[in-house]
Design a protein around this ligand. Sequence first.
Ligand code: DX5
Ligand code: ZN
Length: 227
Amino acid sequence: MSRIQNIKIAPSILAADFARLEAHAREAGEAGADWLHVDVMDGRFVPNISFGPVAVRALRPLANETNTLLDVHLMIEDPDRYLEDFAAAGADRLTVHVEATRHSHRTIQAIKDLGVKAGVTLNPATPLVMLEEILPEVDLVLIMSVNPGFGGQRYIPGSTDKIRRLRRLLDDVNPTAWLEVDGGISPANAGEVVGAGATVLVVGSAVFGGPKSVAENVADLRTAVGQ
Ligand code: DX5
Ligand code: ZN
């Protein structure tokens, strides 16, 4: 099945300079980023705490101005408690961990009922079979290529095979769903990840960190995936 989707770049604002979040996120939007990835962490599902709906609300105006979408990754226990808050704050996508909700089919329906695109994600050690029954229902699947909780980690090499296997499953049951990959992505491995079937790349430290500008980093990623 040939995919017509062009590759989306989704900078993770967790890696941005929080002393000037609006300016840094705007740089990413103006550099041509497609989505802004918002990593929500509760200190329970992952060993780190980040931010909540207030960050989505703060970013909503600049997302409108820069024509980017707010791609919210909920690394929180029992995410059903906060779906309405994140939808009201302006999330365009809400992605939940299968490990964090008892009834993922109902959660996916609840997100869609809020008028938000519904995503599901799984930790590196969680097998794809956990997604099998809900794969036809989702708008996106996020593959964690690092253990969730922190930016700046190394890409787990076995992720590429997992992406390839998921690509085959999606081509069968849900070919228009986005296949998003998250963690340790850089120009050095972006080509490999897209070649395995990814259509959205979450990139934190390789966009907002390092000596180059955000615009140069985004351009390097586009070059690496040939778009
Ligand atoms: C990790 C987050 C990732 C992370 C990506 O729990 O889900 O989105 O911020 O950052 P890098 O690209 O630096 O690995
Ligand atoms: Zn993330």
